[in-house]
Design a protein around this ligand. Structure first.
Ligand code: FE2
Ligand code: FE2
Length: 406
């Protein structure tokens, strides 16, 4: 177990030393990624950087440019004027931002831009500075340079997602808990495992309880809308898979612990993506063969994590291990064939493909559910179990009115 944990830790740490991928590799298409033409830019979230030092502006633009649309400004006044015309998802403000410093800049921009869903991050070199102290007091996230790529992207994702999570307060009590408890679990689990802290399956099960209740109460639309715009793609994808898989099981007549197996399995099925370098996981263009090989390792990395969870049901392992297998044996990682894939594995594959097609990613807009189902039908029996796909389709048509917008 300790060796597994160390191996997983090594994969996570390796993310931090990955450099930026060369511009030449940003070809479109393949691996289900890319758009015809050059529309990817329009799908990227916008980040404003307000920093008087040109070198700092360039460094951040270079680090973030592949995954966000970065606009740089030397002072707050220009940034404020630009924000009115082109609303950013996040504004990063240096401690020394003119004319009155970073704290005044953030307060001014917050007041000017009102209730818009914008995140803010302060930037300093001194964790003990007055600016850093003020950020702590005002609960403004801030980074201390130099910062690792991993920490930088982590903070950016959290800050962009914060206004989205703030809106959960307006949901019904159970739906709010379904979102809050799953995102908290999702954030805590990798660190908990890396630190050697025991993880009980019961804790994961408890965290997914409200999600299952929301599914049983036909509150799918509320919880699925809740993750729209959230910047942690792996969480959003996993949450959606948990909801669709539970809904599928519920419609097939499963109850109680079986539904919890589906929801927990869905939520942690891609946990191994924590170990995939950010630059590969969120690459807007086509993956190279080497990157694709790395991406496929997320299944085994995830199983290493799940191995550390005490009393985890076999069904959860099946979902994590076999959601990329195909009926004709051309899937990964084991190349299992139909006779070796039970119904749970086949359901997971269907829901994972549906989730991926209807997810919004930086390299593609979401497909509407009916288009996704047509694509899945065309994949044929070599890829997906057509009988189960038919049942899944019927289930979605029954719920089409409240899935139309999610
Ligand atoms: Fe996966
Ligand atoms: Fe997945």
């Amino acid at each position: 177990m300790a060796a597994t944990r160390q191996a997983f830790a090594r994969f996570v740490r390796e993310q931090e030393v990955c450099g930026d991928r060369p511009e030449a590799n940003r070809a479109r298409g393949g691996n289900g990624r890319g758009l015809p033409g050059d529309d990817t830019q329009t799908l990227l979230k916008t980040i404003f950087v307000v920093d008087p030092l040109a070198r700092h502006q360039t460094d951040l633009a270079r680090a973030l440019g592949a995954q966000y649309r970065v606009k740089t400004f030397s002072d707050t006044v220009t940034a404020k004027a630009a924000a009115k015309a082109d609303l950013p998802s996040l504004i990063m403000v240096a401690e020394s931002a003119p004319p009155d410093g970073g704290l005044a800049a953030i307060q001014h921009l917050k007041a000017t831009l009102g209730n818009r869903a914008i995140g803010f991050i302060g930037m300093t070199r001194d964790p003990a500075s007055f600016f850093a102290e003020s950020c702590r007091r005002e609960k403004i996230p801030f980074l201390v340079k130099p910062v690792s790529n991993h920490a930088l992207f982590d903070l950016i994702t959290k800050s962009i997602s914060q206004p989205i999570e703030d809106r959960w307060a307006t949901l019904g009590d159970n739906e709010r808990r379904a979102l809050v408890q799953t995102v908290e679990l999702f954030r805590a689990l990798p660190d908990q495992i890396l630190s050697g802290e025991p993880v009980q399956y019961d804790h994961i099960k408890d965290s997914c309880g409200p999600l299952v209740t929301a599914v049983c109460n036909n509150k799918l639309s509320d919880v699925l809308s809740g993750v729209k715009g959230h910047d942690n793609y792996t969480y959003v994808h996993s949450f959606r898979i948990a909801v669709f898989l539970s809904h599928f099981g519920h419609e097939l007549g499963l109850r109680d612990d079986d539904l919890l197996t589906l929801s927990t399995g869905g939520l942690i099925h891609d946990l191994g993506k924590v170990a995939i370098p950010h630059q590969v996981l969120n690459k807007p263009g086509k993956l190279t063969d080497d990157e694709w090989t790395i991406m496929k390792t997320h299944v085994d990395r995830g199983l290493e994590v799940i191995d550390c969870i005490e009393d985890v049901p076999r069904g959860v392992v099946t979902i994590a291990a076999q959601h990329h297998e195909k009926m004709d044996g051309t899937g990964y990682p084991r190349g299992l064939k139909a006779a070796e894939l039970n119904e749970l594995a086949r359901m997971s594959a269907i829901v994972d493909v549906f989730g991926a097609l209807t997810d919004e990613r930086i390299y593609k807009p979401p497909h509407p559910p009916d288009k996704a189902l047509a694509i899945m039908r065309d994949m044929g029996p070599n890829h997906l179990d057509q009988h189960l796909l038919g049942l899944f389709r019927e289930m979605l048509l029954d719920t089409a009115s409240y899935l139309a917008d999610v």
